[in-house]
Write a protein that binds this ligand. Structure first.
Ligand code: ATP
Length: 244
């Protein structure tokens, strides 16, 4: 897509405000490093028009054929951002990490321009705090989030782990022996263990079914549970004593 098409598209794309980012059309990704680059390619793979911006010519060249539009620009320069049409953009990802000054400046410029939906990567707690204080609501800490997730996976009882918030996660695990073979209604899982069983995948099936009270879980099922990370962890480890 050339610049003209992108500009022609931008008003329509960026007009919406309540839809999830990837469903709304194009997304501007600023900083095509490892994180920004793989995010941009993943979005592009799913049919999203991605506008990639980086101040390194060689990086831009690498993405030129793979994104809807890629351009070399300094994201800390408000005039340049406006020339690029970022003032019409309501969905932006700032994926500049190690250059703290550039990240903060770009964030403040984009906020000033008036973009409503901004995701910004932080590489430290302080960096994240500064971005929050500036007014960025969605601060991502990829290394941290991945580290937390991996810690749960490596410990073995959870096969997938998705932190939704500090106090709420989704985890994929197997039913502990003490909740298997009896209808869920008779167990009071939420009251006893503080977690909710959200969905069940039967052994050999490819399909997840929403859990309901009349269901009975079996040891070879997979389940998706939701709750506070501490309770989710505790629940997924109920068989630990019997494992050893
Ligand atoms: P990675 O995602 O690779 O871990 P990182 O966290 O180290 O990256 P940086 O290297 O700071 O982040 O930045 C990622 C990308 O952002 C780089 O390709 C860099 O060229 C680009 N970048 C840095 N400053 C700016 C800027 N002012 N304007 C546009 N792009 C920038």
């Amino acid at each position: 897509m050339n610049e003209k098409t992108w500009l022609a598209r931008s008003a329509a794309f960026f007009a919406g405000d309540s839809e999830p980012m990837a469903e709304a059309g194009a997304v501007a990704v600023i900083g095509l490093g490892r994180f920004g680059g793989s995010l941009a390619l993943e979005l592009a793979k799913h049919g999203v028009d991605v506008i990639g911006i980086d101040n390194d010519e060689a990086v831009v060249a690498e993405y030129a054929d793979r994104l809807a539009f890629a351009t070399r620009a300094d994201a800390t320069d408000e005039v340049v951002l406006r020339q690029l049409g970022i003032d019409e953009v309501s969905r932006v990802v700032i994926a500049i990490g190690s250059d703290l000054e550039a990240s903060i400046l770009a964030a403040s410029r984009i906020l000033k321009i008036g973009c409503q939906h901004i995701w910004a990567k932080a590489i430290s707690e302080t960096h994240g705090e500064i971005l929050h204080q500036l007014g960025i609501k969605n601060v991502i800490r990829p290394e941290n989030d991945m580290g937390r997730r991996l810690a749960h996976l490596i410990r073995g009882h959870i096969s997938d782990f998705l932190p939704i918030d500090d106090d709420f996660v989704l985890a994929r695990t197997t039913p502990p022996v003490r909740v298997a073979d009896v209808p869920l209604a008779s167990l009071g899982v939420r009251a006893t263990y503080g977690v909710t069983i959200v969905a069940v995948k039967r052994a050999g099936s490819r399909q997840w079914d929403i859990a309901d009270r009349d269901m009975t879980l079996y040891a070879d099922d997979e389940i998706l549970i939701a709750g506070h990370p501490r309770e989710v962890e505790r629940f997924s480890e109920l068989d630990k004593d019997t494992d050893n």
